[in-house]
Unconditional design. Structure first.
Length: 448
């Protein structure tokens, strides 16, 4: 069976769902890998690198969709891409089915199966396939880098001959995967880092990374994150009011604010108001990782960077993982590979007891019918010997055996063996073609 990755058509998307390294791992599972020409260039992977890894490079997306059984993508497919899908084909990508019902119905009409990488549960067994966490980790790291790019001072404090430079103060709102990545990056750059989360149980984790947790003087029992898919539960109005009051208190002291509060399928809660922004110092920076769903900060503009009247920069980019295409493609392709590993059937070796991956590549009839193979290898010798002896008999005119000519009998045997051989070859070619069409199902039947 074949798995392929087309070029991403979404504007500004530089990631790719298959890397040369992941292709090698997929080939070990028995898959043939296909890539559209130029699909990995924006992420730093050349067509030559794919060819060296044994990947077939095709010229167009149309050719790729026709050739493969599994299509691996990053972004949800565009309507024109959905039309390429065919009956029995499987698409693996971010899909967000809850927000893309029309797209889901269109894929269903094509007869395709969709595996939504954004729906992988946040449980221990599925961590290796959790693409959302992989991308959130990169987004949190990149958010700090973008903040530093727009911040006019050092993160770390310094004492120089020219004077003392105070360290930057960074507040990270939300201590999920993206928030923890941002905390780790800001702390490693030397900033004084603060963090807030509606789940007070994460305070110990935040403090272990060198940041200070911002506590609220408010008593409210929060739902366990494991019961909400690993995300923070929605807060009560009273808790939200206390939260905003705390943010208003500390806003004037913060140089950089990174907001990460977002629950998939819901609009982002407003946590950083215009009044808080107005109270911040000129040159301060807000990086809003929830910009795709409206943003946590009032004044955030999706996919844009704006500067307020008092000189505060608000970054609302939604493509942070794509801005680190090489790293994010590597992690995402690894998530895809783990997904395919779990989808690929395995059998136990009767002698060793070890699990082995069942090859997805159709095997020639000789491999699954060793008795056939042995018989016809011996028959080949009979053919050669019979034809040779028959011709010698004709030349010498020896009359013994059938019709007083044993050599004619040998010739008859040879002709019969040739007919058997031709019939066998026709059957074997038919079986091999059926195996290719049915994805190996015929192979299992013959093996039984």
């Amino acid at each position: 069976m074949k798995i392929g990755a087309p070029n991403e058509v979404f504007p500004g998307e530089d990631r790719v769902a298959m890397t040369p390294a992941s292709a090698k791992d997929l080939q070990k599972l028995g898959y043939e890998c296909v890539i559209e020409a130029g699909a990995g260039l924006s992420a730093g992977f050349t067509d030559a690198a794919y060819k060296d890894a044994g990947v077939e490079v095709v010229k167009s997306a149309t050719a790729l969709y026709k050739a493969v059984d599994f299509v691996a993508k990053v972004r949800p497919p565009e309507p024109k891409e959905i039309k390429h899908l065919r009956d029995g084909q499987t698409l693996i990508s971010f899909f967000y089915p809850g927000q893309n019902k029309d797209l889901m119905e269109a894929a269903n009409k094509q007869g395709a199966t969709v595996v939504a990488m954004d729906m992988v549960p946040r449980i221990s067994r599925a961590q290796k396939m959790d693409a959302l966490s992989s991308m959130a980790n990169i987004a949190g790291y990149r958010a700090v880098i973008e903040a530093g790019n727009n911040f006019g001072r050092f993160f770390t404090g310094q004492v120089t001959a020219a004077g003392k430079v105070p360290p930057a103060k960074v507040l990270v709102v939300g201590a999920g995967v993206a928030g923890l990545a941002a905390i780790g990056t800001a702390t490693s750059l030397g900033a004084i880092t603060y963090a807030f989360d509606v789940r007070p149980e994460v305070a110990e984790q935040v403090e272990s990374m060198g940041a200070e947790f911002v506590f609220l003087d408010f008593e409210e029992e929060q739902q366990d994150g494991s019961a909400t898919g690993g995300y923070a539960a929605v807060s009560s109005p009273e808790f939200a009011a206390a939260q905003l009051a705390k943010f208003s208190e500390i806003a004037p002291d913060m140089d950089i604010v990174i907001t990460t509060a977002l629950i998939p399928g819901r609009d982002a809660p407003k946590l950083w108001t215009k009044e808080m922004i107005a109270s911040m110092k000129p040159g301060s920076v807000i990086v809003d990782l929830a910009a795709e769903r409206g943003g946590n900060a009032e004044g955030t503009v999706k996919d844009e960077k704006v500067v307020t009247e008092n000189g505060v920069t608000i970054v609302g980019y939604t493509d942070f993982p794509s801005r680190m295409a090489a790293q994010s493609s590597t992690l995402y392709a690894t998530n895809i590979r783990h997904m395919m590993t779990d989808l690929t059937p395995k059998v136990k070796d009767e002698e060793t007891g070890e699990e082995m991956v069942v090859s997805q590549t159709p095997m020639p009839v000789f491999e699954y019918q060793p008795a056939f193979r042995s018989f016809f290898e011996n028959s080949a010798l009979v053919i050669i010997a019979s034809v040779a002896l028959g011709e010698l008999g004709r030349m010498w005119g020896i009359e013994v055996g059938r019709d007083n000519n044993i050599w004619a009998a040998f010739l008859d045997i040879g002709l019969a063996a040739i007919l058997c051989w031709l019939a066998y070859r026709a059957v074997s070619v038919f079986i091999d073609r059926r195996l290719e069409e049915e994805g190996g199902e015929a192979e299992a039947e013959m093996g039984g």
